[in-house]
Every structure is written in C-alpha cells, then in structure tokens.
Design a protein around this ligand. Structure first.
Ligand SMILES: [Zn+2]
Length: 410
C-alpha cells in the first residue's frame, strides 16, 4: 500500500470513535468508502452493546470534591463510607474492603470486581493517566457486561492519577460517591468484506477500528485496520484458493465485543475457517515486530523461518493475545496476531498521545507486505499447514483470559 495513502487515512480518521458511538459508525462508513475505492463492497454487521448517559458523577473525599467520570453501567446510587486504598490483593488487604469505598490500581478486571463484591466493598475508585504528563485527562470507563453479569452492582468513578496520589498522600478517611445515569442498548458494528476463493475454506482477517475515550487510535488500531485494507487491495488483484473474509471489528476496546459477536453468530461459517490473521498495532516508527500464535507451536517456527527467508526481523511466541484473535481461538480457530510493539514512551495507547506522530507510512507498508506474504502462502497452500486445533496449553490460557478459570496472581 502506498505510504502517502496510508498517512492520509490516518489523518482522515484522527478522531475519537468508541464502540457504539456515532463516531464509530462514521469510521465504519469511512472504511467502507476506502474499500469501495478498490472496487470492493463491504457491509456492516450490527450487534448490541451497552450504553449509558451519565447525568451526575461526584466524588468527595474528606469534603473535597475531585474531578471524576462515572463508570457506565454501574447503576445509580449514592454511598458514603470510609476510604480504603487496596494496594495488594492478599487476604488481609482484601478483608479491609468491607463497607468501604475502595480505590484500586489499574483496570477494573473481572477478578478484581469479583473480589470487591465478595469482600463487601460498597463503591470503587479507579484512576488512569501518567503523573508525569501535563494533562489531567480522565478516561471514560464502564463496568463491562461480562464483569458485572450476575453480581451486585456498586457505583464507581475513574479519576486522574494526580488526584489519586493526592488522595492517598492526604491519608484520606471518608469518601462519598454519587452516580446517576440512564442505561440502555445501542448498536456497534463490524465491517465485513467477503472475497470468496476456489475452495470452501476461509481465512478470516481481523483488526479492530474502534478507540478508547481519549484516543483517536491511530496506532491502536487504525494501523491494523489499514493493514486489512492493504491486504484486501492486494488480493483484489491476486488469486487466492481459499476465501478471505475481512472483519474490521467494532468495540474491541470494550472487551473484544465485535469479534465475540461475530463468533457467536457465525458458528456454521467458523467450521470452514482454517486460520485467523489479526493485526493490532503495526507500522509504528519505533519498536519490534512480533507474531503471537494461539495455535500449535510449529506455527511460530514456520513464521520465524519464513521471516528469515523473506528478510524481515521478527519475534514469535505462542500465547493468547488480548485482541480479536482470541474469540476465534476460543472457538477452535487457530489464530495469529501481528504487531509492531513500540517501546514505552514512543508508543503510548489509550490516551491522547496515540497520534499520527507515532506512525511511519513506510514502516506500515513494509509490515503490511510481510503479512501479505504470509497470508498469500496460507491462502494458496495446497493444504493449509496449520493444524486446525488449539493445543491444551493454549486452551488453559484461554480459560484464564475468558475468566472461566482464575489465573495465578490475578
Ligand atoms: Zn488494540
């Protein structure tokens, strides 16, 4: 793909487009228009996602009010209780949560929320950002559907890390949380392009195009979305024995909702899919190229050998990757994710610093060319060489990732 065209697409899509928003639809339609420019026709596949309008979110700590954003889908209520900062997750620390408004480090994941409910917390605070950055941005968070499902709902807010540090430094005693919101359902969308081949078998190619609330998502993941466009452009002009199905996934940042919706509604088609090729963040100026296979380990060796033949630096490993490849692997489809992993400081994501400034049109073109070369081999192989099964060690990791089994230390 032409580096200038790539950078133009990045400029055209440099706005926040979170899953389920009108802006996400705008980005989906933009992808359709680029694909139409190649003489191809992509369709939209809607799927329902939770949404909420926050009317009031107030956090007061010892009488001082701090800027905050309420967690979507965490109900509407007011609680006042002692403040507790949960630093560790040993039993002693967790037992201190009872009856308190608890601040945690990091993301509100499945097991952390499970613990807070189990140990009797009455409200929660998360924080985000970087204390060394000048902004005081606050990410819009939500109590994800699969986290709150079947559990007691308690109110929560997200605050900026600088305020979180101030609250802890001041040895806060009491917190008061008010959250008022309307909760409802809207459509998010996958963008689907089907390119049938000579045989029944398919390769599915995925990349998410949605962003988080503060980011215009150029690196994470319009880069992978452009990767899909580049691969589509190539195969529009080159033969492929196997069919190719391109899925630009919506609402990935909300918990892989687009790829999960696709897998849950295409059970029959999934049987014909021999491989999932996913891209999540490629083409950054800085950083190493990696391939992560949720498949037999031989695939890692194959890609590493191929990169040597091709003349391309790569690191391969067998693992579960936190991206749209995972629902496919969880449905038994061997999956591989390609990513160029930028070092900390020159490849930040999920915040305002994920911009075109991180990106290289030339590096994008090179990364896409390598993924095309790999896809061409798989699409035109006499027999797809990747075993269509998920090895036990990966099934184990999938159980952990999908919250069916608690991983050690989580
Ligand atoms: Zn991503």
């Amino acid at each position: 793909m032409d580096p200038k065209k790539i950078m133009q697409i990045f400029e055209d899509t440099a706005y926040v487009h979170t899953g389920g928003s009108a802006e996400e639809l705008k980005a989906a339609e933009y992808i359709q228009s680029v694909v139409a420019g190649m003489g191809l026709e992509a369709s939209l596949m809607p799927f329902p996602v939770d949404m909420a309008d926050i009317h009031e979110a107030v956090l007061e700590v010892d009488g001082v009010s701090y800027p905050c954003k309420g967690f979507r889908n965490a109900g509407s209520s007011t609680v006042e209780a002692p403040f507790y900062y949960l630093t560790n997750t040993d039993r002693y620390s967790l037992e201190q949560c009872r009856g308190k408004i608890v601040m945690i480090d990091g993301f509100m994941g499945f097991w952390r929320y499970h613990d807070l409910v189990e140990y009797g917390a009455v409200g929660f605070i998360t924080y985000s950002g970087n204390c060394n950055c000048p902004d005081r941005d606050i990410d819009q968070r939500e109590l994800r559907c699969f986290i709150r499902e079947g559990k007691r709902i308690m109110p929560g807010v997200n605050i900026n890390v600088k305020d979180a540090m101030e609250i802890v430094r001041s040895c806060a005693k009491t917190a008061r949380l008010t959250l008022r919101q309307d909760e409802y359902t809207v459509d998010s969308r996958n963008v689907i392009l089907d390119m049938p081949g000579e045989s029944d078998e398919y390769i599915v190619l995925t990349a998410h195009y949605d962003t988080t609330s503060l980011s215009c998502g150029t690196y994470d993941n319009m880069s992978g979305s452009v990767g899909l466009m580049g691969i589509a452009e190539y195969f529009a002009a080159h033969p492929h024995k196997r069919g190719l199905r391109f899925v630009w996934c919506g609402s990935e940042e909300r918990g892989l909702l687009g790829s999960k919706a696709y897998c849950n509604t295409h059970e029959e088609e999934l049987k014909k899919i021999v491989l999932c090729v996913n891209m999540d963040m490629i083409g950054s100026i800085m950083g190493k190229f990696a391939a992560v296979a949720t498949a037999e380990e031989k695939l890692c060796d194959y890609v590493a050998y191929m990169a040597n033949e091709y003349g391309y630096g790569i690191e391969t490993r067998q693992d579960v990757y936190a991206s749209d490849s995972t629902p496919f692997a969880d449905h038994g489809v061997p999956a591989i994710t390609f990513a160029r992993c930028a070092p900390k400081g020159c490849g930040t994501i999920h915040e305002r610093y994920d911009t075109i400034a991180l990106m290289s049109g030339e590096q994008m073109a090179k990364d896409i060319d390598f993924i095309i070369a790999f896809t061409d081999r798989m699409a035109n192989a006499a027999r797809c060489p990747v075993a269509r099964e998920i090895p036990d060690n990966m099934k184990d990791k999938l159980d952990g990732y999908m919250n069916r089994k608690r991983p050690a230390g989580k």
